[in-house]
Design a protein around this ligand. Structure first.
Ligand code: FES
Ligand code: FES
Length: 181
């Protein structure tokens, strides 16, 4: 048996130190060790984007990152985007445009949108399409997703009209582990 490694990193603003198997990915650690199941598990080969998180401000497929690689780093998952229960402009825009259908791809889409808008606050449609090209949506809700990102870019301080404050234990909510067929 291979000895576990202890890694220390910051997740959603909280310092964590955890023993991980050398072959475990960041996705394994987030979902199975830390209970952050907003980050979805799907293809596991870097093709769908369901597992997208921010690592030191860059969007990455967490299924392709070994947990050991994040030692000393900073990770933000979809659970870490809203502050004090207030949805971000991107999250609100996804609600307002009805961008979520089954919802499985949406955490990854939202994280990618945040990475885009941090680097390019006023993207055009082509830039949005390019930034989200690695996030697949089986429900094919691409038009509303792009519309949501453009809406958030137009009005980054705009409150969502349909948003409700988030309450309760996110980790305890029902979670689909695999993508819809
Ligand atoms: S689960 Fe990581 S890219 Fe699909
Ligand atoms: S809303 Fe994208 S996969 Fe269903």
């Amino acid at each position: 048996m291979i000895a576990p490694l202890t890694i220390s990193f910051r997740v959603n603003g909280r310092d964590r130190s955890i023993a991980v198997a050398p072959n475990h990915t960041l996705l394994d650690v987030l979902r199975d060790d830390l209970g952050l199941t907003g980050t979805k598990e799907c293809c596991l080969v870097g093709e769908c984007g369901a597992c997208t998180v921010l690592l030191d401000g860059r969007s990455v497929d967490s299924c392709l990152v070994l947990a050991a690689e994040v030692d000393g780093g900073e990770v933000t998952t979809v659970e870490g985007l809203a502050v004090d229960g207030q949805l971000t402009a991107v999250q609100g825009a996804f609600l307002d445009t009805g961008a979520a259908q089954c919802g499985f791809c949406i955490p990854g889409q939202i994280v990618s949108a945040h990475a885009l808008l941090a680097a390019t606050p006023s993207p055009d449609r082509e830039q949005v399409e390019e930034a989200l090209a690695g996030n697949l949506c089986r429900c094919a809700g691409y038009e509303q997703i792009i519309e949501a990102v453009l809406l958030a870019a137009e009005a980054p301080a705009r409150p969502a009209t349909r948003a409700t404050p988030m309450t309760g234990d996110i980790a305890a909510r029902p979670d689909a582990r695999t993508a819809p067929q």
